[in-house]
Ligand binder design. Structure first.
Ligand code: PLP
Length: 502
C-alpha cells in the first residue's frame, strides 16, 4: 500500500489536481459518490484497485483496460432483466430491449470477424467452451441417435434409450493442447469438467523448440480419430496455421474447434490474417471478450450456420440467464474493435511483444521458441534456478504485475511452475511502445538476476521463498515509476479526487 499512497502524493505534486474535471471524471465521481455514501469500504476498494493498476506495470497477457463506454454500459438497470433463451425466443416477458441489445452485439461480432453466426451470451471463456462442446455433442451425437430412433424429442424416448445416448455423449474423444504446452485447463485438464466429460488425448509442443509439430499432430490425430480437434492456447507465442489444422481435421473426420480467447484482438485487428485467422477454417470458434479484444469480461461463440441452432440453445442448456448489461458492453467493444484505431492498436501489441522478446533474449533470458508472433512472451526460469512463484512475487515487489506459467515439461507442476508469462495488451493500451518494452525487459532481467531462492536447513533451495537484492528493488521501482508517470491510467481521475475516498 505504501507505493499507492506515494503515488497519490506524486500525482498531486505533478499538478494534476485542481484541473477542471472531464466528463468521464464527473461520471466516475458521481458513481463513486453514490457507492461511498453507504458503502465507503467498497468505494475504497474500487479506488485502491485503480491505484494498484496505475502503480504497477500490468504485464498479465490476459488483461487489458477497456473503454469508459464499455464500463458505463455495464453499470446500469439492464442488470435487472431476466432474458433466458435468445433473440426472439425468450422464456420471459418484456425482453424487447434485451433483444435489440443482443441482436446488435451479434451483428457487430459477425461484422467484425466475418463469421456466419455469433452467440454473445457466455459469461466467460470457460462458459463459451462449454456451450461449444455441447453444441457439437448435440449436433454430432444426440441428434443422429434420436434420428436413428425415429424421434426428435428427448422426452419421447425410453429410459433405456436415453441411458444409451447419455453414455455416448459422455464417451467422445477430444484432442486438446496439453496445459504444460500452453493449452488451457478447459481443453481437457482432469481438474476441469472438460477432462471429466471427454476421453481426452493431449498433443504437445516439442520440449526443445517449444513449437507445435504439425506432422506429429497429424499422425496422432489420424490414430486417435477424435470427435473434436481443439486448438488455441493460453501460453503459446507462435502463430497457428489454421489451413493446415483444417486439412488434418478433415482427414481424421474431426470437428475443428478453435479457442481464440487470447488472440481474438489480433484477429479483429487484422494482425492475424489468411491461414492464421481461424474464422474461415474452423467449425466453431470460442473466445473471451476481455483480453486482447479489450471489451467487458465475458465470452462468445462464433460458428458456421451448421452449428447455429445448437449454439443458440446455450442458455438454458449450460448457461444461466444472460447478462444484458454485459451484452451491451460487448456490442460497444465490438464496434470499437472495428475501427482503424483498433487495427493500429493490435499491430502495436504485436510489435511491442516482439520488441520485448528480442530485448529479453539479448539479456540472456531463455524465451521458449526464441520469440513471439503474438501478444505474449513465455520465459523459462530453469537457468536462473528459481520457480515461477518466486519470480512472480519478486517481480510484483519490484513494480511488475505478471503471472507464473507452466513451461513445456514443467518439473514444478501447474501451481509452483517454472516459467513466467508476459503480455503487451494492457501497456499498449496505455500508449507504450518498443522503447518502453526495451526498458521493461532491462528491469525484468535485472530483477531476475537479483532473486535467489532461500535455502532449507538441509541446503536445498525452497520453491516459494526467496531473497531479493534491496538496491535492485529500489532502482526497479524508480524506473517503473518513471515509465508509469508518462502513461497514467485514466489520467482524468486526479489524485485529489481519488484521495477523497481512501
Ligand atoms: N480459454 C483460454 C485459451 C483462456 O486463456 C482462458 C482464460 O484465461 C479461458 C478460455 C477462460 O476464460 P474465462 O476466464 O473468461 O473463463
Amino acid at each position: 500500500m505504501e507505493i499507492l499512497n506515494d503515488y497519490i502524493k506524486s500525482l498531486c505534486g505533478a499538478g494534476r489536481c485542481g484541473q477542471a474535471p472531464s466528463p468521464e471524471m464527473t461520471a466516475y465521481a458521481a458513481n463513486l459518490d453514490i457507492i461511498a455514501k453507504s458503502y465507503p469500504d467498497i468505494a475504497r476498494a474500487i479506488i485502491r484497485e485503480l491505484l494498484d493498476q496505475r502503480s504497477y506495470l500490468k504485464l498479465i497477457a490476459s488483461e487489458n483496460y477497456c473503454s469508459y463506454a464499455v464500463q458505463a454500459a455495464m453499470g446500469n438497470l439492464l442488470t435487472d432483466k431476466y432474458a433466458e433463451g435468445y433473440v426472439g425466443k425468450r422464456f420471459y416477458a418484456g425482453c424487447d430491449n434485451v433483444d435489440d441489445i443482443e441482436r446488435r452485439a451479434c451483428d457487430e461480432a459477425k461484422k467484425l470477424f466475418g463469421a456466419e453466426h455469433a452467440y454473445v451470451q457466455p459469461h466467460s471463456g470457460a462458459d463459451a467452451n462449454l456451450v461449444a462442446f455441447w453444441a457439437i455433442l448435440r449436433h454430432k451425437v444426440q441428434t443422429p441417435a434420436l434420428e436413428r430412433l425415429g424421434q426428435t424429442n428427448l422426452l419421447n424416448i425410453s429410459d433405456t434409450e436415453w441411458g444409451e445416448i447419455r453414455h455416448a455423449l459422455g464417451n467422445q474423444r477430444i484432442m486438446g493442447l496439453d496445459l504444460y504446452s500452453g493449452g488451457h485447463l478447459t481443453h481437457g485438464y482432469r481438474h476441469n469438467i472438460s477432462g471429466q466429460m471427454f476421453d481426452v488425448h493431449f498433443y504437445h509442443v516439442d520440449k526443445e523448440t517449444g513449437l507445435l509439430d504439425y506432422d506429429k499432430l497429424r499422425k496422432q490425430l489420424l490414430e486417435v480419430k477424435p470427435l473434436i480437434l481443439l486448438t488455441g492456447f493460453s501460453a503459446y507465442s507462435r502463430n497457428l496455421d489454421f489451413e493446415c489444422l483444417r486439412g488434418m481435421a478433415d482427414e481424421a473426420g474431426a470437428v475443428l474447434m478453435v479457442d481464440m480467447a487470447h488472440f481474438a484482438g489480433l484477429v479483429a485487428g487484422k494482425v492475424l490474417q489468411s491461414r492464421y485467422n481461424p474464422i474461415p477454417y474452423a467449425d466453431i470458434v470460442t473466445t473471451t471478450t476481455h483480453k486482447t479484444l479489450r471489451g467487458p469480461r465475458g465470452g462468445m461463440v462464433l460458428c458456421t450456420k451448421e452449428y447455429a441452432e445448437y449454439v443458440d440453445k446455450g442458455c438454458p442448456h449450460v448457461l444461466g440467464g444472460p447478462l444484458p448489461q454485459v451484452m451491451a458492453a460487448k456490442a460497444i467493444a465490438f464496434e470499437e474493435a472495428n475501427r482503424p484505431e483498433f487495427q493500429a492498436y493490435a499491430a502495436k501489441v504485436a510489435e511491442n511483444a516482439k520488441a520485448l522478446a528480442e530485448a529479453l533474449v539479448k539479456r540472456g533470458i531463455n524465451v521458449p521458441t526464441g520469440g513471439t508472433d503474438n501478444h505474449l512472451v513465455l520465459v523459462n526460469l530453469d537457468a536462473p534456478g528459481i520457480t515461477g512463484t518466486q519470480a512472480e512475487n519478486a517481480m510484483r515487489e519490484c513494480g511488475l504485475t505478471l503471472n507464473r506459467n507452466t513451461i513445456p515439461g514443467d518439473k514444478n507442476g501447474p501451481w509452483i511452475t517454472s516459467g513466467l508469462r508476459l503480455g503487451t495488451p494492457a501497456l499498449t493500451t496505455l500508449g507504450m511502445g518498443p522503447d518502453e518494452m526495451k526498458e521493461i525487459a532491462d528491469i525484468f532481467a535485472d530483477v531476475l538476476a537479483a532473486v535467489k531462492p532461500k535455502l532449507k536447513k538441509n541446503g536445498d533451495p525452497t520453491k516459494t521463498e526467496y531473497n531479493l537484492n534491496a538496491d535492485v528493488k529500489k532502482r526497479s521501482l524508480e524506473r517503473v515509476r518513471r515509465l508509469l508517470d508518462k502513461h497514467v491510467l485514466y489520467p482524468e481521475l486526479d489524485g485529489a479526487f481519488l484521495s477523497k475516498y481512501l
